[in-house]
Write a protein that binds this ligand. Sequence first.
Ligand code: WTA
Length: 660
Amino acid sequence: MTPSVRDGASLVGRTEEGRRFAPPADLAAAANVTAAAYEQADADRLGFWAEQARRLTWATEPAETLDWSNPPFARWFADGELNVAYNCVDRHVEAGHGDRIALYFEGEPGDSRAISYAELKDEVSRAANALTELGVTQGDRVAVYLPMIPEAVVAMLACARIGAPHSVIFGGFSADAVASRIADADAKLVITADGGYRRGKPSALKPVVDAAVARTPQVERVLVVRRTGQDVAWDDTRDVWWQEIVGRQSAAHTPEPFGAEHPLFILYTSGTTGKPKGILHTSGGYLTQTGYTHHAVFDLKPETDVYWCTADIGWITGHSYIVYGPLANGATQVLYEGTPDTPHRGRFWEIVQKYGVTLLYTAPTAVRTFMKWGDDIPARFDLSSLRVLGSVGEPINPEAWVWYREHIGAGRAPVVDTWWQTETGAMMISPLPGVTVTKPGSAQVPLPGIAATVVDDEAREVPAGSDGYLVLTEPWPSMLRTVWGDDQRYLDTYWSRFPGRYFAGDGARKDEDGDIRLLGRVDDVMLVSGHNISTAEVESALVSHPEVAEAAVVGAADATTGQAVVAFVILRGSAEDGGRAGAGGPGLDAELRDHVGRTLGPIAKPRRILTVPELPKTRSGKIMRRLLRDIAENRELGDVTTLTDSSVMDLIRSGLPAAP
Ligand code: WTA
């Protein structure tokens, strides 16, 4: 990165909230993981992971930890054998915890179900028997396209139980996206539902699968969960009701052990360009690291904690921190089907209060939305059970981090900002709640057993106080093994930019203490007059202004400066309550520009500030800067199919003044 960023003291460090938060004494005293874990892992990294692997139950204990003889193709615990579903379900029942609740399901319309580990074991066994009856065998791929209902968890575990890798496709994707994923993975069976509930209405899923399957001849059968009871088209030779076939199976099923490197699942990353990448994860290493990190970062006490991850099962966060990590640890957790504002904007807090949730895992975009809705909403609920608050998915700006701690965590619960990716499979950089003195908006330290650093363009480690690229310098147990069917793409995408090191695609700063602060995707770094300015940094500065609720910043092409900073802002106090939203005006624009100038330095001042009612987001909550760039550069809009709501773009455009 250019030295100007480092040199310009005005640019560096000013958005960083100066406050530090030590772990609560009671949490630290009883923490699952202490500072000793870092020492142990530093002294013997592989020995450390071998010990974490022993948290699992193996049919054959692995003698070998890592085989790195053909880098970057890793094999972890390769001579060990285990059954992932047995580890997530049966062993807890065998240990006498069959009555413990595994899932508190909360449907959007208000229906609820509590499912114990014993019941989950029976249901997973029946589903495994049903898959076998439908001709699915070890190694076959199964596509899963379901809402956030218990059957989604059961379906994934049933696949794992019989060694059939699943490919979960987010329930909001279109028929095109479903068809291309089915075809790429060559799936022979699809598990779906008639529909799910979203924003107070049944929303159909099966018609999407019908359209996709019409184009994917490899699909032999479609298994359909009845959730909403809505009408569906039916093909007698192909479709079968889940309740019918699973319901009549025996609850006895012997889980067969598979090699630790047996494929567990494929998950497609929402590609920014081109064909989506099928990220391949395998069994033993993946379960070791998801289980360990969930135990360490959430400090899970399975007997007393109630954990809730608000992600969708269709994303990696749902795979690793709803299904595999928590269940491997015998956690009790909430599974919520719907949206945070249905039927009212306090729904999340009502759920926390109802179940006494102690550990919450959500995304910065959700936190900022709650900020925007107002402090008074969470204040109406009893959130005193909460003791650890997790964040994942994008850099969390210090403002939102502090709000989360204050208004959700009563100024007491530690915030753990967890950096990781679909590709890493599990958390990589995060504070430990009983150890780390946290800094607002920073993921800070690689977890024990993880090696990460920040390098410059020439792959040299940057000194403290500098920006560069985040790289992972040693293999880790839950790393992707390849891109499904495309080893070359695996090499090119992740291992060619810095030979011998994994390139994450994220910009990062090594702060004065040597801690890592994530700056957003490298493609989100703007280059203005030769200065690297991260979009996240300017967004953070804007959001620290009392009038701004949310901001998205893009670099628009500029003939003289290379790129110019263009900011899209949502003002605080929504239109409904007669706030300044939508008003903006030259006075405020100048004020915001000055505010950014004061916070970050004049170079970071936005050239244009556009006040908008909404921001375009992908279904996983990431701001689609590409579309904002299209607007900022007065172009036709590109592909909007991955947006949650494509009308957002019309809304944004219609309210804007003509471009200068
Ligand atoms: C971003 C989600 C900053 C990052 C688990 C990464 C983050 C991408 C954080 C992966 C965080 C995720 N701080 N950035 N705590 N967590 N990211 O594959 O840019 O959906 O590369 O995995 O999200 O997104 P993915």
